[in-house]
Design a protein around this ligand. Structure first.
Ligand SMILES: *Cc1c(COP(=O)(O)O)cnc(C)c1O
Length: 456
């Protein structure tokens, strides 16, 4: 868009002229060379599959540095980043407070495999400001936290089956790499090679937002269900915002059946508010898992529950769980610095209001142009959906063919200096480091990209 045209924009998105000009692709010489090399060392050239850009155009960008809301790739291209390392970076990249705390702690050594005061400090920040956990255990990833919470639920209830929902992601442990079978209530089918069928048979997979499926699952597997696990707000396969009444129903049916309700808040915890989705609904799960933000960009996960339930974890109880680097001091330091910032008064109010303004402007633009495009949002999470449905609450309601439009948008946004996670099923995050000016710039890029996506 021309600068002269930018000036006349008065906040009325419908007045903007339609952009028709595609931009040349950014240079990727250095990233491409690094990718050629990384493919020699790693399957698909990456250490986590979605990074490989398989669902979007081009090859992965190798990131060189980040500061605030901006990242630079190996070729020196600069982007406003909404991937935020997939969620952890709620304060943006390389935040000074985190850097300082981490360097200070690192001067004294990096790991002892013995308790440190830093673990108490981070635990205190969490437990004193969270109504949903009394006792916790730190792990090194979200996957580990969820895997351990499931084991604890099974050990505590002395039952084996768990219920999960189609469209929720809970990390890559065997019991959870399971997708729905053909019926409404079925044993899961493994969603990865290498997961024994017998493991998948302990996991029942049902659709979200379906009280009948829940009722039927509990009837069919009476007294066998250790726990139901749900993402606090499902945000790993689109943003599938559930109705309050559905979550209330879920809480109630778990209580009636003496099954534990686990909120996997690895993505929503400390994101949509300090106490995550549980506080958003005002519903108390029996167990909670956290990750991502809790480590401020370093590897930390956590699970927690009442002192009574947590009393079943070793060495107090019979459910085993351990970790060489669990509670690692450097990672604790990053967590402490991050959570301290989040507890400042007005933090979430400001972040969420900024996000709302951004999202509403995008939606006004798309609506004024009659584009089949909807931005779903909660807190500082947003999801771009190429749809005209008012609500998308189940995995099945996502139109897979609409991902072609996301691919075009992704390419056009990279060419305009905006970085989204490389898949249309992934959500984006606004951080405290995104200024109004950054968001204004990003908006212009998104407007232009949308014009090109929907170009006749
Ligand atoms: C990211 C995520 C996980 C897995 O965490 P890792 O740190 O990637 O192992 C689990 N559950 C949810 C809800 C997540 O968003």
């Amino acid at each position: 868009m021309l600068d002269s045209l930018k000036k006349i924009f008065s906040g009325n998105e419908s007045e903007l002229p339609i952009n028709t000009g595609s931009k040349p692709d950014i240079s990727r010489e250095k990233s491409a060379a690094l990718y050629e090399k990384s493919k020699i060392y790693f399957p698909g050239g990456v250490n986590s599959p979605v990074r490989a850009f398989k669902s979007v155009y081009g090859t992965p960008l190798f990131i060189q540095k980040g500061e605030g809301c901006v990242i630079w790739d190996a070729d020196g291209n600069q982007f406003i980043d909404f991937c935020a390392s997939w969620g952890p970076l709620i304060l943006g990249h390389s935040h000074a407070k985190i850097r300082e705390k981490v360097s200070e702690v690192m001067q004294g050594g990096m790991s002892f495999g013995a308790p440190t005061a830093l673990e108490n400090e981070l635990a205190e920040l969490i437990i004193q400001n969270n109504r949903f956990v009394e006792k916790i255990r730190f792990t090194s990833s979200g996957t580990e936290a969820v895997m351990s919470a499931i084991r604890l639920a099974r050990g505590y209830t002395k039952r084996d089956k768990i219920i999960k929902f189609e469209g929720c992601y809970h990390g890559h442990s065997d019991s959870l790499l399971v997708k729905a079978g053909s019926g409404l209530v079925t044993f899961g089918e493994t969603s990865s090679a290498g997961v024994p069928k017998s493991f998948a048979e302990e996991t029942i997979v049902i659709p979200l937002n379906d009280t009948n499926a829940l009722t039927e699952a509990f009837a069919q597997f009476k007294d066998q269900v250790a726990a139901v696990i749900i993402e606090g707000i499902p945000a790993n396969n689109g943003l599938l915002l559930q109705d309050q009444s559905y979550i209330e129903f879920l809480r109630q049916i778990c209580t009636e059946n003496k099954s534990l309700l686990i909120f996997d808040e690895v993505i929503t915890g400390f994101r949509i508010g300090f106490e995550g989705a549980a506080a958003h609904y005002g519903i108390k799960p029996d167990m909670v898992t956290y990750g991502k933000i809790i480590g401020g960009g370093l590897p930390v996960g956590m699970y927690g529950a009442s002192a009574e339930i947590m009393g079943h974890i070793s060495p107090d109880g019979g459910v085993y769980q351990a970790g060489t680097l669990s509670g690692n001091p450097v990672a604790m330091a990053a967590g402490i610095a991050t959570l301290t910032e989040l507890l400042r008064s007005g933090f979430y109010k400001e972040l969420n209001a900024k996000t709302m303004e951004f999202v509403e402007s995008l939606q006004r633009f798309a609506t004024a142009r009659n584009y089949k495009f909807k931005v779903f949002t909660i807190g500082s999470i947003f999801w771009f959906a190429f749809t005209d449905q008012e609500k998308i609450q189940t995995a099945a309601a996502i139109d897979a063919s609409s991902m072609e439009k996301f691919k075009v948008m992704h390419r056009e946004l990279l060419n305009r200096g905006v970085y989204l996670g490389p898949s249309g099923y992934e959500v984006g995050f606004v951080s405290a480091a995104h200024t109004k000016t950054d968001l204004e710039k990003a908006k212009r890029a998104i407007f232009d990209a949308l014009d090109l996506v929907f170009k006749k």
